[in-house]
Design a protein. Structure first.
Length: 271
């Protein structure tokens, strides 16, 4: 790409980070994850940044983590540790940011882009936004502190609907009604509203939704990251990914998952 994967602009103390790979629906590939984590850490250290807005370009906010593009065939213990460390580092970048961060969801959001948004001070969205966390359907465990945050924000019943096999995908209006997000705005007003909220929160400083504190969320993130790595290396998940990628004619990546699945009975003893 000729442009950065994350665009950065700062106006009057508000730094806007824009996910910038619309051709891939702003999916969180390894490169995008690296760029986003670096951008959040830079904002954390930047003296000219008093607050942050995170949004996306194009029709999607983000289609989520591209699993095939983030995993590589290697020793299972190394792979397990890598998955846990990368997942923990991603969400810790949100949790560690000591400046208010507002998420402006410009379209559908899937998986980690949804859970990471709940770690921010506020979430506003356009009417075209939807929110999907299909972890149970994929055979993996909740991440981004959603195992505790979703229930705190929406109650146990709604949390189960989103995190369980139903994988309920609320619209922006529905998400606002149950407490997942804070506001629904017109598309042309999204950035203006998010930036106004960011400026208004500078005086109050960083806050966490659901009544959580930073230390609690970091502990939950660490625990979830290990569980997620274990789920990623489970036989049902590996087999499911192999079949999905083969159906999409991504033969090389499918072969990697096939190799992991076929050898999993032997190497699982090494974890």
């Amino acid at each position: 790409m000729s442009q950065p994967l994350v665009l950065t602009t700062t106006v009057e103390g508000v730094t806007t980070l824009t996910l910038n790979h619309p051709r891939r629906l702003n999916g969180w590939t390894a490169a995008m994850l690296g760029a986003l984590t670096d951008a959040l850490r830079s904002a954390h250290l930047d003296a000219d940044t008093a607050a942050v807005v995170l949004t996306g370009t194009g029709a999607y906010y983000s289609a989520g983590v591209n699993l095939g593009a983030t995993l590589r065939l290697q020793h299972p213990r190394t792979l397990h540790a890598m998955i846990a460390a990368r997942n923990q580092a991603l969400f810790d970048a949100f949790i560690d940011l000591d400046k208010p961060i507002i998420v402006a969801v410009n379209g559908p959001a899937i998986g980690a882009p949804v859970t990471s948004a709940t770690l921010c001070d506020a979430v506003v969205a356009t009417e075209s936004a939807t929110f999907l966390t299909p972890f149970a359907r994929l055979g993996i465990t909740p991440e981004g502190c959603s195992s505790v945050m979703f229930e705190a924000l929406m109650g146990a019943t709604v949390a189960r609907r989103m995190l369980g096999p139903e994988a309920w995908r609320p619209t922006a209006t529905e998400a606002c009604a149950v407490g997942l997000i804070d506001e629904v705005v017109e598309e042309d007003a999204l950035l203006h509203r998010a930036q106004a909220l960011a400026r208004a929160r500078v005086e109050t400083g960083r806050t966490f939704r659901g009544g959580f504190d930073r230390e609690t969320l970091k502990a939950v993130n660490a625990r979830e990251s290990v569980a997620l790595a274990t789920a990623f290396l489970s036989a049902p998940f590996l087999q499911g990914q192999m079949r999905f990628l083969w159906s999409k004619k991504k033969r090389q990546t499918a072969a990697m998952f096939a190799a992991l699945w076929a050898t999993s009975p032997a190497w699982r003893l090494l974890l």
